[in-house]
Design a protein around this ligand. Structure first.
Ligand code: HEC
Ligand code: HEC
Ligand code: HEC
Ligand code: HEC
Length: 449
C-alpha cells in the first residue's frame, strides 16, 4: 500500500459508506468485477483494525497482509520486489525492459484486473481482490444484514472456501496459467527467477488472516486440511498437463518447455570418469530409459497416493494414464494426446476428492501411502519436497480435526524437521538419505495411530 496512510483509507471508505446510504443511481457501484483497490477494503472500520477484534471476521486482515516479517505479508510485496535488483536483472537478461512494467511479470506480481476502480494501485501487488474477486459488484453490499455468502458469490466474490476454486486461483500464480503474464518459463528461471514450489493447504496456512470459528461454519462449509491437500494435488497435475498440451506453452525453440520437467535431472553434475557412479536412479512410476529428462511428477506421486486410499478405481486409471504419458514422452515429440488424457484423469480425481469426506483412518492411510507406499518414487528433489509438505499438512489436518492429540503430534516434530532439512538445499539432495529420513518419520507416525 505504498503512499497511502491508514487514515486516508478510512476517510475514503467512509465516503463510500455514506454514499451507499443514498441508493441513488448517481453514485451507482462500479461494474461487477471492477477491482476497487486495497484502500477500498482497508478502512479502520472495515478490514484495517489494529487488532483482530471484529465480531464476524477479524477485521485486521490488512495488517496481516502488510506484515513483511512473515510469509503472510508476502503478497503485499509482490510488485515491490519487481523494482529491486534481482528482478531488474532477470528482466534485463530477457530483454523485457523494466520488470515493474513488463507484462510477462505483472500477471503474477500484481493484481490481474481487466477493470480498475479509482483507488486501485498496481503497487499494492497481490491485493485482497486478486483472491477474493473484483469487488465492484459486492463492496457496498457484502457486509449488510441479510446478505449471504451465496449472494456475494453471485456478485463476483470468489468462493475461496471451495477447494477447487481456491486451488485453481492459487495455481494461476503458484504454477502458471494460460492467462496473460502468468507463466514462468525455464528462460526466466535461467535468468534468475526462483523455483516455484507450492502445496495448497500449507501455503494457505502460511498466509492465514482468518479464523475457522463457529461463525465461519455458519456462513461457509469448512473442508479439512486433507481435502485441500488432495484436491490441490489433483488440480496441480491437471494444470501442469493442460498447459503442457495447449500447444502454446509446450515448446521453446527446438526443445520442449523445460519448466515442466524435473530440474535436477538436467542440472545434476556429470562425470567422464571410468568408475563414476551414476546419480540418476530408476523410478518405478516412470518407465523412462536413462538420459531422458523426466516430466516433473511431484503432484502425480501425491495424487496417486491419495487416490489409492480415497478413490481406488479412478486411481488405477490415473496411474495407467501417468505411465502411458511418461512412456510416450520418451518415444515421441508429440505427447499432447497422452497429456490431455492424464489431465482428464486428474480432473476426475479432483471431483472425487472434493466430494469425499476424509476420516481419521483414511488420513493415516494417506500418510502411509505418502511416507511408505510411494517411497521408491522419491528419486528426485521435487517429489521429495512435495512429500515433506504432505507429511506436515496431513499431520496438521489430523490435529485440526481433533483426530490426534496436539501434544502427541509434537512428538514427531524432530522427524519432520529432519525431513525439511533434507530438502533445504536442492544441490545437496541425497535420495538415499531422504528415504532413510522418511522411513523414520513413517515409524514415528505409526506410533501415533
Ligand atoms: C506464474 C507466475 C509468475 C510469473 C509470470 C513471474 N513470477 Fe516471479 N514469482 C512468482 C512466485 C509465486 C514467487 C515466489 C516463489 C516462492 O517463494 O515460492 C516469485 C518470486 C519472484 C522473485 C523473488 C522474490 C523475493 O521475495 O525474493 C523475483 C525477484 C521475481 N519473482 C521476479 C519476477 C520477474 C522479474 C518476472 C518476469 C520476468 C516474474 N517474476 C514472473 C510467480 C511469478
Ligand atoms: C492470496 C490470496 C488472498 C489475499 C491476497 C487475501 N485473502 Fe482474504 N482469504 C483468502 C483465503 C484463502 C481465505 C479463507 C477462505 C474463505 O473462507 O473465504 C480468506 C479469508 C478472508 C476473510 C474471512 C472470510 C470469512 O468468511 O471468515 C476475510 C475477512 C478476508 N479474507 C479479507 C481479506 C482482505 C481485507 C484482504 C486484503 C487486505 C485479503 N483478504 C487478502 C485469500 C486471500
Ligand atoms: C496474482 C498472483 C497470485 C495469486 C492469485 C496468489 N499468489 Fe501467493 N504469491 C504470489 C507472488 C508473486 C508471491 C511472491 C511475492 C514475494 O516474494 O514478495 C507469492 C507468495 C506467496 C506466499 C509466500 C511464500 C514464501 O515463500 O514466503 C504464500 C504462502 C502464498 N503466496 C500463498 C498463496 C495462496 C494460498 C494463494 C491462493 C489462495 C495464493 N498465494 C494466490 C502471487 C500470487
Ligand atoms: C532438459 C534439461 C533441463 C531441465 C529439465 C531444466 N533445465 Fe535449467 N538449464 C538447462 C540448460 C541446457 C541450461 C543452459 C545451460 C548453459 O547455458 O550453459 C539451463 C540453465 C538453467 C539455469 C541457469 C544456470 C546458469 O548457471 O546459468 C538455471 C538457474 C536453471 N536452468 C534452472 C532450472 C530449473 C529451476 C528447472 C526446473 C524447473 C530447470 N532448470 C530444468 C537444461 C535444463
Amino acid at each position: 500500500m505504498a503512499g497511502l496512510s491508514r487514515g486516508q483509507c478510512a476517510r475514503a471508505f467512509g465516503l463510500t459508506l455514506l454514499l451507499s446510504l443514498f441508493s441513488t443511481p448517481l453514485f451507482a457501484a462500479d461494474a461487477p468485477g471492477t477491482h476497487e483497490g486495497v484502500a477500498s477494503c482497508g478502512g479502520s472500520t472495515c478490514h484495517g483494525r489494529l487488532a483482530p477484534t471484529g465480531k464476524t471476521v477479524r477485521q485486521n486482515e490488512l495488517i496481516t497482509w502488510q506484515d513483511t516479517t512473515s510469509a503472510a505479508g508476502s503478497h503485499s510485496q509482490a510488485w515491490q520486489v519487481l523494482t529491486r535488483s534481482r528482478a531488474q536483472g532477470i528482466a534485463q537478461r530477457l530483454g523485457l525492459g523494466r520488470a515493474e512494467s513488463a507484462k510477462e511479470c505483472l500477471g503474477c506480481h500484481a493484481e490481474p484486473a481487466s477493470a480498475r476502480g479509482s483507488k486501485f494501485q498496481i503497487s499494492d501487488g497481490v491485493g485482497c481482490e486478486a483472491c477474493h474477486g473484483g469487488a465492484g459488484g459486492w463492496l457496498v453490499s457484502h457486509y449488510t444484514v441479510g446478505v449471504t455468502h451465496a449472494d456475494n458469490v453471485k456478485n463476483g466474490m470468489t468462493a475461496l472456501e471451495d477447494p477447487r476454486a481456491r486451488a485453481n486461483l492459487c495455481l494461476d500464480c503458484h504454477f502458471g496459467s494460460a492467462k496473460s503474464g502468468q507463466f514462468v518459463t525455464h528462460k526466466m528461471m535461467a535468468a534468475g527467477h526462483p523455483r516455484v514450489s507450492f502445496e495448497l493447504d500449507l501455503f494457505s496456512a502460511l498466509q492465514r488472516h482468518y479464523d475457522f470459528d463457529a461463525d465461519y461454519v455458519k456462513r461457509k462449509p469448512l473442508a479439512s486440511g486433507i481435502k485441500f491437500w488432495a484436491v490441490g494435488q489433483a488440480l496441480a497435475v491437471e494444470r501442469q498437463l493442460s498447459l503442457y498440451a495447449d500447444g502454446v506453452h509446450t515448446n521453446e525453440g527446438a526443445f520442449p518447455e523445460f519448466y515442466f520437467f524435473d530440474c535436477q535431472s538436467c542440472h545434476r553434475r556429470i562425470s567422464d570418469e571410468p568408475n563414476a557412479a551414476l546419480t540418476a536412479e530408476a523410478n518405478p512410476g516412470r518407465p523412462l530409459p536413462p538420459g531422458t529428462p523426466p516430466f516433473n511428477d511431484e503432484n502425480m506421486i501425491m495424487l496417486s497416493a491419495i487416490a489409492k486410499v480415497a478413490a481406488p478405481g479412478e486411481g488405477a486409471s490415473f496411474d495407467a494414464a501417468a505411465r502411458a504419458f511418461h512412456t510416450v514422452m520418451a518415444q515421441s515429440r508429440d505427447a499432447t494426446a497422452a497429456a490431455s488424457q492424464l489431465a482428464g484423469a486428474a480432473r476426475n480425481l479432483a471431483a472425487a476428492m472434493a466430494g469425499h469426506a476424509f476420516n481419521r483412518g483414511e488420513t493415516f492411510a494417506a500418510l502411509d501411502a505418502v511416507l511408505s507406499g510411494a517411497a521408491a518414487r522419491y528419486t528426485d528433489y521435487e517429489g521429495g519436497a512435495q512429500a515433506v509438505m504432505a507429511a506436515d499438512t496431513l499431520l496438521n489436518s489430523l490435529v485440526a480435526q481433533g483426530q490426534v492429540d496436539r501434544k502427541a503430534a509434537e512428538g514427531v516434530r524432530p522427524q519432520i524437521n529432519k525431513l525439511y532439512a533434507e530438502v533445504h538445499d536442492t544441490n545437496a539432495w541425497n535420495p538415499a538419505e531422504f528415504r532413510d529420513a522418511i522411513r523414520q518419520l513413517a515409524g514415528a507416525v505409526g506410533r501415533l495411530k
